[in-house]
Design a protein around this ligand. Structure first.
Ligand code: ZN
Length: 368
């Protein structure tokens, strides 16, 4: 099968790999659609250390090609979305309520980290019964694929911020995760949502996904603008969706005393991250900083799919580019340079051997 890999730090390319064989609890999934993520770019830049010929990608939907002998819930032909994070559910961290941290810090993150990812014609899902979900017939692949990471991560940023009903929220950086955090804040009942973003296209998308007010950081004094927009109070919840020391400092300063800073960014560079002394109320303003890695699990995926199925959410506007798998290298480069107005590139895999059920599903989706 063909795979798109990180050959070494700084180098990507295609290579041939054998189709993997599922173990008893695993499923082999034939990839149909996938999304490129900025964290794939961080990985290639060396953020998690060296890797050799590692298949990239962690956001995908596909068709079950083969299910291991112990897999009970899935069978070949099932159309599924797979979590970007695929925890070890028996691990103590999972049992303590932190499955994304099972088997060590960030240990639920396996695709394109400790095992091959989804940018290949087939990929393996560990603990398949718990880590993927059947896509409802009315939800097309190009929407369901957002459940893998963007909806799960962005919404978790809002959920972990425990936004009070009618509360105020600022979202720092309206990239794909920030945009879904903006949507998540609205779903969680925020009364006023501020988007902090300088790129006009992203400002527009922030409004589309629920921002009431935009602060443009290129105008300077971001915190001052947020304070003025909230009658001097600051926000109940400040969501940092970039992974940048400056925006984190602004988020800390913009949160009101007793407020929450929900950090969901991937801090890909540097050794330390500073906290603004005064903005943090000299350490005594009862501001809470929470951090989040994408939640995984079948139940989570099923809930996100329900939001799509019943049209509470439509992530389609995030898809700015659609490309065949053959051109994933171009899409990856665009994602690296953030050129051409790219938000999320959707990668489509050519049908290898189309099952009848899948064709029908796609046609149904198309005629809706
Ligand atoms: Zn991702």
């Amino acid at each position: 099968m063909r795979a798109f890999v990180m050959k070494e730090i700084g180098t990507v390319g295609f290579m041939e790999k054998p189709v993997p064989k599922p173990g008893p609890n695993e499923a082999l999934v034939r990839t149909t659609q996938a999304l490129i993520c900025t964290s794939d770019v961080h990985t290639v830049d060396g953020a998690i250390g060296p890797r050799t010929d590692l298949t990239l990608g962690h956001e995908a939907v596909g068709i079950v090609a083969e299910a291991g002998s112990e897999v009970k819930r899935f069978k070949p032909g099932d159309r599924v979305v797979v979590g970007a994070i695929t925890p070890d559910w028996g691990d103590p961290a999972s049992q303590a309520g932190h499955p994304s941290q099972s088997s060590g810090a960030l240990g639920g993150w396996k695709f394109a980290n400790v095992k091959d990812g989804v940018f290949a014609e087939f990929f393996l899902v560990n603990e398949a019964d718990a880590n993927m979900a059947i896509i409802p017939a009315s939800v097309p692949d190009d929407k369901a694929v957002y459940c893998a990471d963007m909806l799960s991560t962005g919404f978790a940023a809002a959920e972990h911020g425990t936004i009070p009903l009618g509360g105020t929220v600022a979202v720092f950086a309206e990239g794909p995760v920030g945009l879904m955090a903006t949507q998540g804040a609205r779903l969680c009942g925020a009364g006023f949502v501020i988007g902090v973003e300088s790129v006009p296209q992203r400002q527009q998308l922030a409004r589309h996904f629920g921002a009431d007010f935009i602060v443009d950081p290129s105008d300077g004094d971001v915190v001052g603008h947020i304070l003025r927009a909230t009658e001097g109070e600051g926000v109940d919840v400040a969501i940092e969706a970039l992974g940048n020391e400056t925006t984190l400092a602004q988020a800390i300063a913009a949160a009101k005393p007793g407020g929450t800073i929900s950090s969901v960014g991937y801090y890909g560079k540097g050794d330390t991250i500073g906290i603004p002394r005064v903005g943090w109320g000299v350490g005594m303003a009862e501001k809470t900083i929470v951090t989040t890695l994408c939640p995984g699990g079948r139940l989570r995926l099923e809930r996100l799919l329900r939001l799509l199925e019943h049209r509470r959410v439509d992530p389609s506007a995030l898809t700015t580019h659609v490309m065949p798998f053959d051109r994933i290298d171009d899409a990856f480069e665009m994602m690296r340079t953030k050129s051409g107005g790219i938000i999320k590139p959707l990668v489509q895999f050519a049908p290898v051997a189309i099952e009848r059920g899948e064709v029908e599903t796609k046609e149904r989706a198309r005629t809706r």
